[in-house]
Design a protein around this ligand. Structure first.
Ligand SMILES: [Zn+2]
Ligand SMILES: [Zn+2]
Length: 175
């Protein structure tokens, strides 16, 4: 799941970013958090301290019975299971060989970069495909154009100035 986990508690649901696509997810989680009291122990293993709310059906119903408080260990097992299921569909292993999701060829694991976010610890594309992708002239020009345009934007300029100012002050205070 991709969402800014760390900033969640800091910004709450007032963050304007979340008025967009994510609107269904975050307020629901907050709502459940308010209505479903944290039990003493994990609702799945009953041994450890609960750590986070997990959705049971995967449908994110507005129903507190569809959520459970689980410990870190159960949470990780839960996530791992979902990720493994998901990623196994995308990529195949054949003995020592692993399929690149881009060129569909089966290659040795040395031909993949490491990526700890994937269940097998390797990138989905082989090294060759990764290299090709970033060197395609079209992609390079596009990236350059995007960067040029991005840093030209008034709001970006101001944000960078503000950031520099704030960080400069911060370092100044330290010394
Ligand atoms: Zn547990
Ligand atoms: Zn490949």
């Amino acid at each position: 799941m991709k969402y800014p986990k760390k900033s969640l508690s800091k910004t709450g649901d007032k963050n304007p970013m979340w008025e967009g696509d994510n609107v269904g997810y975050f307020p629901l989680h907050n709502w459940v958090r308010r209505h479903k009291l944290k039990p003493k122990f994990c609702e799945r293993c009953g041994k450890n301290k609960p750590y986070d709310l997990a959705n049971i059906s995967g449908k994110y119903k507005r129903d507190i019975n569809d959520f459970e408080w689980i410990c870190r260990k159960c949470h990780m097992e839960n996530d791992g299971r979902i990720n493994n299921l998901h990623r196994n569909e995308k990529r195949k292993h054949k003995g020592d060989l692993i399929q690149c999701t881009k060129c569909k060829e089966f290659k040795l694991k040395e031909q993949f970069y490491k990526n700890k976010h994937n269940w097998d610890g390797l990138d989905l594309n082989c090294k060759e495909c990764g290299k090709k992708h970033s060197q395609e002239p079209e992609i390079r020009t596009k990236r350059r154009e995007y960067e040029k345009e991005y840093f030209q934007r008034q709001e970006v300029k101001e944000r960078r100035k503000k950031w520099a100012r704030e960080n400069y002050q911060k370092t100044e205070k330290k010394f």
